[in-house]
Design a protein around this ligand. Sequence first.
Ligand code: URA
Length: 442
Amino acid sequence: MRAVDIIMKKRGNPSSPQGESLSREEIEFLVNGYVRGDIPDYQVSSWLMAVYFNGMSFAETGILTDCMLNSGERIDLSGITGPFVDKHSTGGVGDKISLPIAPIVAACGVRVPMMSGRALGHTGGTLDKLESISGYRTSLSVPEFRTFLEKTGFAMTGQTKEIVPADRLLYAMRDVTGTVESIPLITASILSKKVAEGSDSLVFDVKCGSGAFMKSLPDAQLLAESLVGTAREMGKKAIALITNMNEPLGNAVGNFLEIEESMDVLDGHGPKDVTELTLALGAWMTVLGGKAANFDEGMEQCQAAVQSGRAMELFMENVALQGGDVEKLKRDRGTRRSPHHTEIRATQSGVITKIEAFTVGLAGVHLGVGRNRTDEAVCPDAGMIFKHRLGDRVEKNDLLLDVFSRDEAGLENAKNLLTKAVHYGNAAPKTLPIILGEITKL
Ligand code: URA
């Protein structure tokens, strides 16, 4: 078998541009060959582009998920009392929900074994955010993961050389080759991690809109069906919420900046949209875990976990367990900002009618929140803080955004993008609810 023949089969040709379905042997050959280092990056990126354009059948997606899952070990959670429930987002701008939701749901008695990813395309990554806490480690061994999960009720890790190494490599390659926005590739990436981590049940947050990989509701619905359908085929209980990602979530976009905002949610004074979505997804996690009889009961439990301070206590316990410096985190809160700073001010008076999440995410990459190359490090202290949100009335020259960059060049590029990302009008914009759709029938 040769990689080039598999690429050409999926790519098709001018008289048959849709390509052909690949067999299990062919998908296995590519995935295993890439993980072993036998197939080079350039062939895999070419194959990813063929999949991006020609897609994969439901059966191929299942096989790809399986091959990625089998590229490494699975985490064995036997001996630890469940239920084990996780949540995964398909990626957004300012989407920090994983950070507050894990301790909130753990405080409700549901264990959350969470395997997350890094920044992808214009979207942020939970691992990059967590690593912005001084000392925090996200590459856990299986025994460490089990111990932390048992002690605090949740643990946060990433793909490693041992666990779903195929996703670790493919994810990094997709990030820089323009091949992220693909339903089968997203499905296989997410589910290989979620099955490897050992959760019994999954809640998917399928983002929809300018800042999401799925821009339209029909596409988001297809991705939600693919995730829920494949998860159920793999023996998991699963539901999905389709949520609005036309504007960034919350006021902060960045790595450490989003840790700060997550702590605000845990303190009970986070931005309304982040808090509402965290509690809604958390409520579903408690329902799937059998701790709440219905959504409303789950919501009450999650709210109580915040109000009692228990969720924040668990967050801090986890930071300490995973190597983070808790005292430094407390001191850093509200102070750690990249030195290259600028302000974006309103170019006219009026009502803010749109804040393009995609453009904001792209500006974040220029600032150092994400990567342009697989070997690039992110900048923990880069990002931006919104002082005004959609629907706010502003006067010309009012401060809209504080922007912090890794370097001057990034700051300049981001400034140009961010100035264009904000639109003004005379009348209040039509606002969408945070939850646009759901697949919640179990
Ligand atoms: N999250 C993932 O883990 N993978 C994707 O492809 C997109 C979002």
